[in-house]
Design a binder for this molecule. Structure first.
Ligand code: ADP
Ligand code: UVW
Ligand code: MG
Length: 177
């Protein structure tokens, strides 16, 4: 965001682009769908369904689309769950890096949504890899909302509760009036 306006997003024509999600694969090599069709004999629609509904956390962990469940399994030693968490964290780290490059540095990083608001584990894992930006988290970053970076941190890190319904209602009202 620059001056309150979005200048970049990880999603594209559909939410399939960008980060992996509960059941979406996120960015992949564009050559992969046609390869999979040939290799597995699945139709284009079947591959699209797989990419949207059977991939992401569910596809990699082979267990659940729910971050909490995948995190719990990884704590119990499940290698597929560990891989899913690692892939997600790496992609969040890379996406923040690309935004930092596009924006020539960032003032604020906000964690929000189901995982961002709730998983201190994910926030800490991501921020451990952002020391090059000068990110430093407070010891107790498990709080639900507000600033979680130290006074010295060169980037302000915040947890903000999302309210998609309110934003959709506001945008709809603005477009309709
Ligand atoms: N307390 C929590 N700790 C960790 N993850 C959580 C917690 N509560 C919700 N989540 C995760 O948030 C995700 C859903 O977030 P949400 O922003 O609603 O995503 P989506 O838009 O994909 O439905 C789920 O993976 C869920 O496990
Ligand atoms: C992008 C997004 O939030 O998708 P969904 O809630 O349908 O998983
Ligand atoms: Mg959603």
């Amino acid at each position: 965001m620059v001056d309150g306006k979005s200048v970049d997003t990880s999603m594209g024509f559909t939410p399939l682009a960008g980060l992996m999600m509960g059941t979406r694969c996120g960015d992949i090599d564009p050559a992969l769908p046609s390869y999979l069709e040939k290799a597995t004999g699945q139709s284009t629609q079947e591959v699209v369904t797989m990419m949207n509904k059977e991939s992401g956390f569910l596809g990699i962990s082979k267990a659940s689309n729910d971050f909490r469940a995948v995190h719990e399994l990884s704590e119990q030693g499940c290698e597929q769950a560990k891989l899913a968490l690692k892939m997600f964290a790496n992609r969040v780290i890379a996406t923040i890096g690309s935004y930092a490059a596009t924006l020539n540095g960032v003032d604020v990083i906000t964690f929000t949504g189901g995982i961002g608001e709730n998983s201190d584990y994910l926030r800490r894992t991501v921020c451990e890899n952002l020391t090059y930006l000068g990110v430093e988290l407070v010891a107790d970053s498990a709080q639900k909302v507000g600033r979680i970076s130290t006074e010295q941190s060169r980037v302000v890190v915040k947890v903000i509760n999302t309210d998609e319904e309110l934003m959709i209602a506001r945008d709809s009202y603005r477009l309709a009036s």
